[in-house]
Design a protein around this ligand. Sequence first.
Ligand code: S3P
Length: 449
Amino acid sequence: MPHDAAATRPLAARRPARPLSGEARVPGDKSISHRALMIGTLAVGETRIEGLLEGEDVLRTAAAMRALGAEAENLGGGRWRVAGRGVGGLVEPTDILDMGNSGTAARLLAGILSTHPLVAFMTGDASLRRRPMQRVITPLSQMGAQFVSRAGGRLPLAITGAAEPVAADYTLPVASAQVKSAILLAGLNAPGITRVVEPQPTRDHSELMLRHFGATVTVNALAGGGREILLAGQPELAGRDVKVPGDPSSAAFPAVAALIVPGSRVLLPNVGLNPLRAGLYATLAEMGAPITIQNRREEAGEPVGDLLVESGPLRAVDVPPERAPTMIDEYPVLAVAAACASGTSRMRGLGELKVKESDRLTATARNLAACGARVEIEGEDLIVHGTGRPPAGGARVETLMDHRLAMSALVLGLASEQAVAVDDTAFIDTSFPGFAALMQALGARFDPA
Ligand code: S3P
């Protein structure tokens, strides 16, 4: 695992001689992949998964599920078989669970562990050890689990799961699908109804998949736009087939690249378009982006489509704060599109970006500025002054163990006059293994830097 300087992989992106063209299948959805392995572990019998993301983050989850007694077998070509233990049937892991770079893996797993009567230890890489875990420690403690953490609720963490768990009734203080999912997964092994209220709707893959495996999940819309999610505890989950769609957050990178490299035309088949994930595509449409969604369909309860992306002039956009949960991971690459657009874009309410794999709000602004864009941060808003032409480039940017910062900078380098180099592309493997090869097959120019 690339945790040290010796394993860094610098890369530079340059304007290609020809436009980007062709068809590219992005890897499976990261959020759905984690959940398929975890919920498969909590089901009785066999779960067969197609299209699982085999990025490092998800492989950490697979390893953790094995440590809890499940079988998780890679059958090749993105097909996996999970033999579950059933709700309440996990075994105590004999060693520390290392969740690598993955906040989703760490927080959802904390939920699962907290209502099983076992003791577990969890850590992660330097990026994950800086991220806040108190947001799950607080509700999971109310359900009866006990935690010992580093100062500020940071990993490593010791978790003593509750022997007699209590169902939760919890209102999320931040819009976070990870916190919501941690509570729902914990609620599976608590008697009674676990209730989570979210002031703003966040991705609902956990709710959809829990239902798919046989749990009773009720979702009620609340006045003011929020939602109430009710889960009936101690269900008998049964193994199921899961088909994982392509990750819209990964498709964002070739999509924005095709928009900003003149003359490009790229087809991205089989991209997940869950409305709670598709905010970027709505925003790009408002910018005038020529993106067509073809062949809309539903697969395993998730909306899916093929994206046809052509280059075109982009205009500035004002992204309201309530859209943030539906595109939270896409702001770094949206900021690249905004830097190439004409006019001043404002992306509002981005406080949560500060606690991602890096402080993405600061780093996105800094990286774009290093490439010659005019960028400001005002409170929790990111403001990008586009000139209608790509920024000059010519910088080497720091990617801070953050896959999405690395991919965003490389996308910018495909359009800027001078190359953009990134100090490390190793972390791209956490979410998008094969990114460089996929982009090169479309015509991108990447060279060692
Ligand atoms: C995720 C939720 C989001 C997102 C992350 C994946 C999930 O995090 O940024 O990449 O799978 O639930 P938050 O819940 O912290 O917003």
